[in-house]
Write a protein that binds this ligand. Structure first.
Ligand code: PHB
Length: 363
């Protein structure tokens, strides 16, 4: 029997040649104006044999920025930069979705327009430090969004989705994971609002569902994915009842017939899991979600195949392995050894550690 990871799969309106996904990876190599460059084009082109590429998280508006040199999808220059990426990937026969992002409180006045406070559901600071252009600085207490401002947030996601369509992407993934804005609304340690966007689970899930509706309105559900990290504690996240919160959100997402649900697996290195709550992975969501599931987080070829063979997931996303192995599909197929990723070049810099990992033939 051939490896499940190397078999074709239907994902929304597409049929993909394999079930190996390149996970969204923040690499901080966009140019001034948060515009993708020729170097970014090469990076994605090199990895085009993945069944699906998901771009690095890409902010939908200037306020959505939380790290130096991450790309955006709100200006004409950014759309033009991304067009070069999608053209390059398509010329290699690949498929690529853009990840739509707003960091919410995971930012700093140094990164915000006019040095303003970052925005969030509630005025609660995360623990730790923000990565600014002049080094790490303690997170500040964000400003709680006014009720009247929330339609504008939905509109920013809609515009980002429209721009992604114009830039030639095959679809988009809504970033609902890892403690960024939509996750901050969803989980109760970051959302203490008393209006229709806070309190009950239904209210906390409202923004996520409104954004999904807006993005699906642009693309159709069969070209929209959504990423969640129900078990993660990264970015100071916690929910007092994650089973109920995420169970409700995923049940509601069924109405959009999404291309996929993308789950960050429990206990991924660096992303944590609160010990007093059950781990929620693909196995938990399989009976709840009526669609394709991608699971991500620390998998190798064997455990990835096992995840699909178990019936709990349909595709597996690889992050760290894709940083170091542009031809990961070919290496898996050949049973070849893998390049080791170098942590020192993950975030920022030039081609070193970005586009210079060798492919198999020349390894
Ligand atoms: C990061 O830049 O550390 C980062 C960005 C997006 C994620 C997770 C981590 O979803």
């Amino acid at each position: 029997m051939s490896a499940p990871l190397l078999s074709p799969v239907k994902l929304g309106r597409y049929t993909l040649p394999n079930r190996i996904v390149m996970a969204p990876l923040t690499r901080n190599r966009a140019a001034a104006g948060n515009v993708p460059t020729a170097l970014n084009v090469l990076h994605y082109e090199q990895r085009a044999s993945a069944g699906l590429l998901i771009t690095e998280a890409t902010q939908v508006c200037p306020e959505g920025l939380g790290y130096p040199n991450t790309p955006g999808i709100y200006s004409p220059e950014q759309v033009a930069g991304w067009k070069l990426v999608t053209d390059g990937v398509h010329a290699k026969g690949g498929k690529i979705f853009l990840q739509l992002w707003h960091v919410g409180r995971i930012s700093h006045p140094d990164l915000q327009p006019d040095g303003k406070l970052p925005v969030a559901p509630s005025a609660i600071a995360p623990e730790g430090e923000a990565a600014t252009y002049t080094g790490m600085k303690p997170f500040v207490t964000p400003r709680a969004l006014e009720l009247e401002e929330i339609p504008q947030i939905v509109e920013q996601y809609r515009l980002g989705a429209k721009n992604a369509l114009e830039a030639g992407f095959d679809g988009v993934e809504i970033h609902g994971a890892n403690g960024y804005l939509l996750d901050q609304f969803l989980q109760d340690n970051t959302n203490q609002r008393t209006d229709i966007y806070g309190g009950s689970i239904e209210n906390r899930a409202r923004l996520l569902l409104e954004v999904t509706e807006a993005v699906v309105g642009v693309w159709g559900g069969d070209r929209v994915g959504l990423r969640l990290s129900p078990s993660g504690t990264f970015n100071s996240m916690y929910d007092s009842n994650r089973v109920a919160t995420f169970g409700y959100a995923v049940k509601e997402l069924n109405r959009f017939n999404l291309a996929y649900l993308h789950l960050v697996a429990p206990r991924v290195e660096g992303f944590g899991s609160a010990e007093d709550q059950p781990d929620l992975g693909a196995e938990f969501f399989r009976p709840i979600f009526n669609g394709t599931i991608i699971t991500a987080g620390g998998y190798n070829f064997e455990t990835g195949n096992a995840a699909i063979a178990s019936g709990n997931a349909d595709l597996v996303a690889y992050g760290r392995l894709y940083i170091a192995n542009p031809d990961l599909v070919e290496r898996f197929a050949a049973g070849a050894s893998l390049n080791k990723p170098d942590r020192n070049t993950f975030y920022g810099g030039d081609e070193q550690g970005y586009t210079d990992y060798p492919a198999m033939a020349s390894a």
